[in-house]
Design a protein around this ligand. Sequence first.
Ligand code: NAD
Length: 473
Amino acid sequence: MYINGEWVQSESQFPVTDPATGATIGQVPDATEADIERAIASAYAAFADWRRTTAYERSQLLYRAWELMSARKRELAELMTREQGKPLKAALNEVQYGASFLLWFAEEAKRVYGQLIPSARADQRFMVQKAPVGVVAAITPWNYPISMITRKLGPALAAGCTAVLKPAESTPLCAKAMFEIFDEAGFPPGVVNLLTVRNPAKVGEAFCTDPRIRKLTFTGSTAVGKHLNTTAAAHMKRVSMELGGHAPALVFPDADPVHAAKGLSLVKFLNTGQACISPNRIFVHEAIAEPFIEAFRSRVQKLRVGNGMSEGVAIGPLINEAALQKVDRQVKDAVGKGARLEHGGERVSDGELAGGYFYAPTLLSGVTPDMEIYREETFGPVAPIVTFDSEDDVIAMANDTHYGLAAYIYSNNLSTAMRAFEGLDFGIIGINDINPTSAAAPFGGMKDSGQGREGAQEGIEEYLETKLGGMVV
Ligand code: NAD
C-alpha cells in the first residue's frame, strides 16, 4: 500500500490470481483499521498545502505521470492481461485511454474559472470561485483496472483535492503500478494514498462515514453503489456513482445489417463482455434480422478464446467462477424459455484453458422480455438478439429497464437516428459509433446507472465546490 508517500506492508496479505490459469501471481497487503485511519489522516493533512498549489504546479505533476504511463505502456498492459485477463491489445488500448485522462486533466486544471456576477445594487459585486471539495475517497472496479483510476484521480488531483484509493480486490497490482508512477512523478506525500483490502466493506464504511472525507467517487455494481450512496447521504457527502448498465442497441431497417453486425459484435465482445457499456439487448428490425444474424454469427465463429497473452486471442477469461456461472445461468434460462442458441453457450476448458474461467462467445436470437438476460446485466460474452417492427415500440422496449448508461443506434436516416437519440433515456449514445467515449466527453448514466459524469469539463466539476463572495464596494 502507499500511504503518506511511503510503501507500507500490513499485518497480513492476500493473493492475486491470473484468471486465465488460476495461478497466484502476487500478494498484496490486507489493510487493517489502523491502515485505513493512517491513509485518511495523511490525505487530510496533505490537503492543507495541496489546495494552495497553483493549477500550473498540479498540471506539471499530472503531465509527468502521463509521460511515465506512456513510457510504460507495454509493461502496464502485460500486467493488466495477467491480472485481469483481457487480450494484450485491449490492455494496451486501455493504458492509452487511461493515460489520456491524466493529459486531459493536466490541461483542464488550468481552466477552472470563476465568475463575476452583476448585482442589482450599484455598490455590490458577486464573485464566484471554485474550490477543491477536500479529501476524495475513490473505489474502482476490476474490469478497467487502470483507466478507472485515472478517470477519478486525474480530475480530483487537478482540482486540488487529495485522495485515498481502494481498487478492486481482484486487480490491486495494476493499482500498485499506477501508484509507482504517481510516486515517481513527484506528488507530495499524502496527496495520493492506496489501500488494498480483501474485504472491501470496512473501507467502504470508513469512506462513507469519516468526516474528513468530503467526496466519494465509486465505479462498480448498482447494488454496492446504492448501499454506499445511502450510507454517505447520512453524512452529507458529495458522491459520483458510475454503476451498472444494460445497453440496448437499436438497428433500424435502413441500416446496413453487415456493417451494424460488425460494429456490435466488436463492442459486445470487448473485454469478454465485461464492460458497463456492453450492448446487452440487440434490437434488430425484422426486415433485416436474417442478414444481421448471419453476419453476426459468422463474426462470432471466428473469435478465438484463450489466454490474453497469446497472439490473436479475442476472448479472454471471465474474472472468476461466479461470473462464469452467472453467464451460464442466463444462457440456460434464455434457452429454456425459447431463445435460439445460434453459437456458443458453454464453458471452454480444453487443454491449457482448464484452469481458467473461459466461456464461448455466444449468440442468442429470439430473446424475449421474460428472460433474465433481457432484464439483468450479463457482464459476459453473450449477445442476445430481439426483433422489433416499429420505431415507437423499440424505443419503449429499450427504455424499459432500470438502467440508463449506454445505448447504440444504427441508422442511415438522420431523422430516425435523431428521434431515437432524443427518445432514449441513456447517458451515452453511440450513433453509428461503437466507441462514444473519450477523456474529452462526459461519461455517466441515468436512473440506476448512477449520478455524476466523468471526463470532460463535467469531470472536474465533480471535485469542485462553488464559493460565492458578495462584496460591498
Ligand atoms: P462491485 O460493486 O462488486 O465492485 C466494485 C468495487 O466496489 C470494488 O472495488 C469492490 O471491492 C468494491 N466494493 C464491493 N463491496 C463494497 C462495499 N460493501 N463497500 C465498499 N466497496 C465495496 O462491482 P464489480 O463486479 O467489481 O464491477 C462490475 C460492475 O461495475 C458492473 O456492474 C459494471 O457495470 C460496473 N461498471 C460501471 C462503470 C461505469 O462507468 N458506469 C464502469 C465499469 C464498471
